[in-house]
Design a protein around this ligand. Sequence first.
Ligand SMILES: Cc1ncc(COP(=O)(O)O)c(C=O)c1O
Length: 381
Amino acid sequence: MARVGAAIRGEFPIFETATYLNSCSQGALSHRVRAAVEQWLSGWDSNGAEWDFWVERNEEFRASVARLLHAEADDVAVTTSVSQGVSALVSALPLDAGRNRIVISEYEFPTIGQIAHAQELRGAEVVHVRPDDDGGISPERFAEAIDERTALVCCTTVSYRSGHRHDVSAIAEAAHAAGALVLADSYQACGAVELDMRTLGADAVTGGTVKYLLGTAGLGFMWLRPEVYERLVPTQTGWFADEDIFAMSIADYSPHRSARRFDSGTPPVPALYAGVAGAAIVEEAGVAAIESHVGSLVDRLLAGLDELGAGVATPRDPARRGPLVCVRSTDVDALVDALAAEGIVVSQREDKLRVALHLYNVEDDVDRLLAALTRHRALLG
Ligand SMILES: Cc1ncc(COP(=O)(O)O)c(C=O)c1O
């Protein structure tokens, strides 16, 4: 039996004191991740700089991301954040007069919009794709914004703001027909939603370990399609992106032949210890099992919210949503505080409460939240 729900919850001490529904901000700390970070500290204490072991950890993380994405390790860059990976990616785009547009959905995380707009200093034009009346952004909306001037299309897999999931493959089809690349930032999906690089259609996929991969800050990844990275030469780089990191040459720039050319400087060692341990928990449970477990918790939550007459911003269609459900509130700060006072940890964006489900949540968590929302019905929008 897959280790999800009650079978894994004991690994995460926070559930002894709280109803934790905030994996969209930070995954819960496990005994295993704590032990891995302690192992980093004791190795530092006993041996000083364990360079060989750190490089090995870096490669272990790359390999575990590759397995989670149904990809090859050579096609994964290990980054310190999504921002670092995406900045390196756009640094490799010529953005010349003929192809200087970056199309971004309104649901991108701020870092994607900010990096795109920063390219205006290099002559880029940024085109925003806005949601339809139902709150979703259809592939047709993207197709209208894409043309032969488009260099890159950014369509986050699951929106951190609303929980909407984009139809990445259909968007990629439209982008590829116009000769544009596609970046699917998948931070709000990876670890809770099956992502298969053989079928997703994107050219670049980013994520990190803070949320559903159960690690900590400072570590991310960027998968790239080999035909794409082979012709992209980042101008934002670092010595870990070099063909031979131990050559120590200051005489040239020789980017690695694999996606490692999008790595950067010294790897984030403490975050690697945590990241490898966190990703192992996800891998052992199996993303397919996690997705199905989370899907049934989301169904239960949506049914309860409907009974309450709450305004739900996240789509009903299971294909159009992930582990995050967003609920409208008339005073979201007050609602988050009221729930926190009852030991229920959630978060907020704009006027919406964000409720995130993951492998360690159980039906009782959903029922507790629904009971609390019933008591605070006046704060629901
Ligand atoms: C969709 C998405 N992308 C990116 C990030 C974070 O980016 P970075 O790793 O650059 O801090 C987050 C964090 O909340 C996110 O939700």
